[in-house]
Design a protein around this ligand. Sequence first.
Ligand SMILES: NC(=O)c1ccc[n+]([C@@H]2O[C@H](COP(=O)([O-])OP(=O)(O)OC[C@H]3O[C@@H](n4cnc5c(N)ncnc54)[C@H](O)[C@@H]3O)[C@@H](O)[C@H]2O)c1
Length: 290
Amino acid sequence: MIPPLVPGASQTHWRQTNQQDWSSTDGLGNAVRFASSGAGKVAEMELGNTVAVVTGAASGIGRAVAEAMATAGATVAAVDRDADGLADTVRAIGGASSGHQADLADKDAILAMRDEVIAAHGLPDVIVNAAGFDRVEPFMQNDDALWESLAAVNFLGPVRLTHAFLEPILAAEHPAKIVNIASDAGRVGSVGETVYAGTKGGLIAFTKSLAREMARHRINVNCVCPGPTDTPLFASLPEKLREGLVRAIPLRRLATPQDVAGAVLFFASGHADYITGQVLSVSGGLTMAG
Ligand SMILES: NC(=O)c1ccc[n+]([C@@H]2O[C@H](COP(=O)([O-])OP(=O)(O)OC[C@H]3O[C@@H](n4cnc5c(N)ncnc54)[C@H](O)[C@@H]3O)[C@@H](O)[C@H]2O)c1
């Protein structure tokens, strides 16, 4: 594990006031104003005293999520198989956050990492499953090893990690928010990403079903579907495909990892207390799935 370590306990905190309108920041420093409800009650979200487990935190979207959570006040347990990238993330976010190296295709490594995180910080309040990978090629050129690996990392990884943390969370009757990073490929399909899209579609269905099972335990489960996002994963795609995708995006640019992190932060926050089993695309309008 990459230190520092601080034992932590945790709750998402809200401040209630009686103003008509209120403002907050979205964790990325952007001011956000909210109109109050009819009752005139307002609430300001903070992620202070919150412990957030973020996978894929060594790069791209996972790293941006880890940074956004830390900026909002959370203690982040950053998880990845890439030790160097993890160390960079932990250095960048500082505070009491820690890094935990684990290959999420390995179920024993997930259990060991779970125990390490809980020993360091206590039970997590937020779990973000962002680790994943892709290889673009025609379905008929795929080999069995690629399918096994895609299923193990992109689908079974979040399933096993979520199950591992839910055991002690449920035993302690501890409320929590789970956010899965799927993909718009899993909503609308994508040429050359056929089995990747299948794993992400599976993750979306897993999110909805788990949300139904966990609702009575005050555990919200939601899903963010990035569209094309400016990360090392996107850079690994063929140039023609990348150019075509950017041209097709109504907002005419790639998402930044921070664009995606903002949606994750929302689902992790008290703003989403009454939202579960939902799928939100962050795609510049590329997809408008119902
Ligand atoms: N970038 C995009 O255009 C895009 C679009 C849709 C969905 N997504 C999804 O967003 C998530 C993050 O992707 P990204 O673009 O930030 O990619 P990225 O390659 O920048 O980061 C992915 C991270 O996951 C980690 N990882 C991969 N396999 C792992 C394993 N077996 N165990 C532990 N860690 C592992 C990597 O080390 C890396 O740090 C992925 O789930 C991806 O499928 C990305």
